[in-house]
Design a protein around this ligand. Structure first.
Ligand SMILES: [Zn+2]
Length: 484
């Protein structure tokens, strides 16, 4: 249904809203400081290559940042790099993931960190993810983490065991609110050995280096030589760069019950203030049945795996945008193929429009028909980041014959600010036309001149079977690669 709006109504500022895990409601975003947003995203643990499931969370954080900027906010986006302290088990036991990779790859933990941080940012670049305003390593902020633990110790929130300094979760009354954890139920089910911990949910703030353990990364502290726990880094660095109370914190939903729950406990116990106003989480990417069974793909699919199959990073980004961030993305070659098809159609459409040398038009001077699409696009993304709807609006706009190509092109450039699909850089790929193709093209032209449309269409189909579509431009027919 098309909603007709008066000029005045469409000019009034729309609201931007997002689902807040803290309240389980879609809420209007009201920044702490007018016109500005402070946003923190939990970054990668750089012990190995990020897989597509990880990358979905970063594409989501990037899209949120883009939408906030599109709305008009000045965004300070901070992301950490976990290069120490993330243990293989959530129960603060097991090996440090960095040390484990170091041992396996026969490199130092520092080299592992460097290697996978570089790979991570290469992937981010290929996915057209805007680099956060601040990227901070845990190992560069040991001082801040020690200070935070000291302040918690002073306030009586910590205790010591033989392997480290722990946070006593029973002392933080709101513990588990974010995840709506049933703490009593958890405590009652104390069958699991908690070791020296007082409560099952208590977690390490500082871990001591083992007596005979050879660690590449360890530091002196008031409690002895060791390294920080994983959760403390995010509290320390987010508050260091964004203040004690800031607007938005993002991450995957897997972070809700432990990592983010612990971040809140540490930060709020230390400052006595509310830590974060909006907690925003992206759902999982899960493998479809086919992929689960396919041994060749293994269960770890990264950007290289995708490229080896003939897809582009932008095909993957399109796939992510096609599913709202709060819904599960069922991943498989079939859905990737369909995203690649859409990307190819989009590329062809944009090339076709560009052939006509579109003029630059200010958005305020667009026709009312075009403005309607602009409003619909904004409504979609400002309403809990409904990117699938935004893509649908874009396609409707592109196929609307009432709108000139110039207007279409200007709208695409505007939508690109949010979508990040590289639509502003699309240009015709040079296609080498071999003899066979040239002959077919000439024959088709001949039929068209004779107005033998059926015969001409038959040849168009033959060319399509070769993998190309014909675009009839002002300068004659041109070829473009067809979708898969
Ligand atoms: Zn974190």
């Amino acid at each position: 249904m098309v909603v007709k709006r008066t000029e005045k109504e469409s000019k009034s500022k729309m609201k931007m809203s997002i689902f807040n895990t803290l309240t389980r409601k879609v809420e209007e975003i009201k920044p702490i400081k007018k016109g500005e947003i402070g946003m923190y995203s939990c970054g990668p643990t750089v012990y190995g290559r990020a897989h597509v499931g990880n990358m979905r969370a970063y594409i989501f954080a990037d899209t949120l940042r883009r939408v906030l900027e599109y709305y008009g906010y000045k965004v300070k986006h901070v992301m950490n790099i976990t290069d120490v302290g993330h243990l293989t088990s959530d129960a603060d036991s097991g090996e440090d993931k960095m040390q484990k990779s170091a041992r396996e790859e026969r490199l130092s933990a520092w080299d592992i960190s460097k290697k996978y941080t570089e790979l991570f940012f290469e992937d981010e670049k290929e996915l057209n993810i805007i680099r956060p305003s601040v990227v901070c390593n845990a190992t560069d902020h040991i001082k801040e983490q020690i200070e935070l633990i000291k302040s918690l110790e002073k306030k009586g929130y910590t205790y010591k065991t033989s392997d480290g300094i722990y946070f006593d979760t029973a002392k933080f009354k709101k513990y588990g609110d974010l995840a709506k954890l049933n703490i009593e139920g958890l405590q009652a089910g104390k069958r699991i050995d908690v070791g020296e911990k007082k409560n099952k949910t208590d977690f390490a703030l500082w871990k001591f280096s083992g007596e005979d353990e050879k660690r590449d990364m360890e530091w002196e502290s008031p409690w002895g030589k060791g390294f920080p726990g994983w959760h403390i880094e995010c509290s320390a660095m987010s508050m260091r760069y964004l203040g004690d109370n800031f607007d938005i914190h993002t991450g995957g939903i897997d972070h809700i019950p432990i990592h983010h729950t612990n971040e809140i406990a540490q930060s709020e116990s230390s400052t006595g203030k509310k830590f974060v106003n909006y907690w925003v989480h992206s759902e999982f990417l899960v493998l479809g049945e086919q992929e689960k069974m396919s041994k060749s793909l293994g269960n770890v699919i990264n950007l290289d795996t995708i490229k080896e199959k003939g897809f582009t990073p932008m095909d993957y980004r399109y796939l992510c945008l096609g599913v709202q961030y709060r819904k599960r993305l069922i991943f498989g070659e079939d859905v990737l193929k369909s995203a690649a098809n859409s990307m190819q159609r989009l590329r062809n459409k944009i090339i076709e429009i560009k052939e006509e040398n579109p003029k630059k038009i200010e958005l305020s001077k667009l026709s009312s028909e075009s403005k309607k699409y602009l409003e619909e696009f904004k409504e979609s993304v400002f309403n809990d980041l409904n990117t699938p709807k935004a893509l649908a609006v874009m396609w409707n706009m592109l196929s609307d014959n009432e709108i000139s190509n110039s207007e279409k092109y200007n709208l695409i450039l505007d939508f690109e600010r949010v979508l990040g699909l590289g639509l502003d850089k699309i240009k015709r790929e040079e296609i080498k036309i071999d003899n066979k193709l040239q002959k077919l093209l000439d024959k088709r032209e001949e039929f068209r001149k004779q107005k033998k449309w059926q015969e001409a269409d038959k040849i168009r189909d033959e060319i399509l079977a070769e993998g190309y579509v014909i675009l009839d431009t002002g300068e004659g027919p041109k070829l473009e690669k067809s979708g898969k």
